[in-house]
Design a protein around this ligand. Sequence first.
Ligand code: PAF
Length: 300
Amino acid sequence: MKQITKAADLELAVKEAKNQNLEIGLVPTMGALHEGHLSLIERALKENDLVVVSLFVNPIQFNNKEDLEKYPRTIDADLELIKNLELRIKNSCSDKLLAFTPTVDEMYPQGEPKEVYHFGPVEEVMEGPRRPGHFSGVAVVVRRLFDLAQPKRAYFGEKDYQQIAVIRALLEQIKYPIELIPCPIVRADDGLALSSRNMRLSPEARAIAPTINATLEQAAEMAQYEDVDDVKEWVLDTLSTFHEVHDVKNGLKFEPEYFEIVDARTLQPIENWEAAGDLGAVGCIAVWLDGVRLIDIVKF
Ligand code: PAF
C-alpha cells in the first residue's frame, strides 16, 4: 500500500495507471475502518488492477457540528488494517493499493464548495429531511473523488442504502460511466451491522444494540403474512418498548427515529408488498441508542 496525501500525486498515479490501461476501483470512506470497509476493499482488489481507498472525514456532509467533532479519526490504525488486509489476502503486489488521505484544504483548496446537488424524490425521504444538506455534501466529495481517481468501479456499503440511491442519481446527472457496486452489510457475530459509530456505544448499549437486527429479521418473517403497515408498527413498537419489556437498567432506551418500508429503487414508501418494483422492498431504520444514531436495513 502506498499512502498519498496530495490530490496532484493521486492524479499523477491515476494518469500512469490509465496509460497502462489499468482498471481502477474506488472505495470512498471516512476512515475509522472496520471489517465492512475491508470487505469493500477486498472485493475492489479482486475486480480491479488498482484500488484507491480514500480516507477523509468530509466536513460538508455533517449538518451537526457535534457529530463532526465526535466522528472517530483513527488514521494510523486504519492504515495498519489495510496493510494487514494485504497480508491476509496475500496481495504481494503492494503498489496495487493507494490510500488517499487528504486534508480538508487539499480536498477543498478554494474553501467550502458552493455547489449544491438536488436529487428529487430519492433524497426527500428518510435521511434527507432529517439531515439537510447531507446528501449534497456527500455528492460533492464523491464527485471530487471520481474526478481524481477516475474509477471504472466504485464500491459502497448497503448499510447506507439511501446513499447508494443518491450516488446512482448523481451518476445519472453527471453521466460518468462508472459502475456503482453496492456491497452487502457486514455484521458482528451477534448481528449488529458494523459501523464506525459502534465504537461510541457504551458496553451496556453495545450489548442490546443487536436487537435492531434481530427485530428487522423478525419483521422479514412477518412480512410473509402481515401487511406493510402492521410490520412497520410492530418494528417501531418492539424497539420503543424494549426497555420496559426487558427491564433494561441504566435508563437505556431505543428511540426509533424512523422505520420506513420503501421500494428498493425509488425509496418511496409502499402501502402494500405488491407495489414494490424490480428490486423489491427494503426496510430502512434509524434508531438512537445512548446518544448514538444507528442505521440498518432489511430486504423483504
Ligand atoms: O459513506 C461514507 O463513509 C461517506 O458518506 C462517503 C461516501 C465516504 C463520502 O464522504
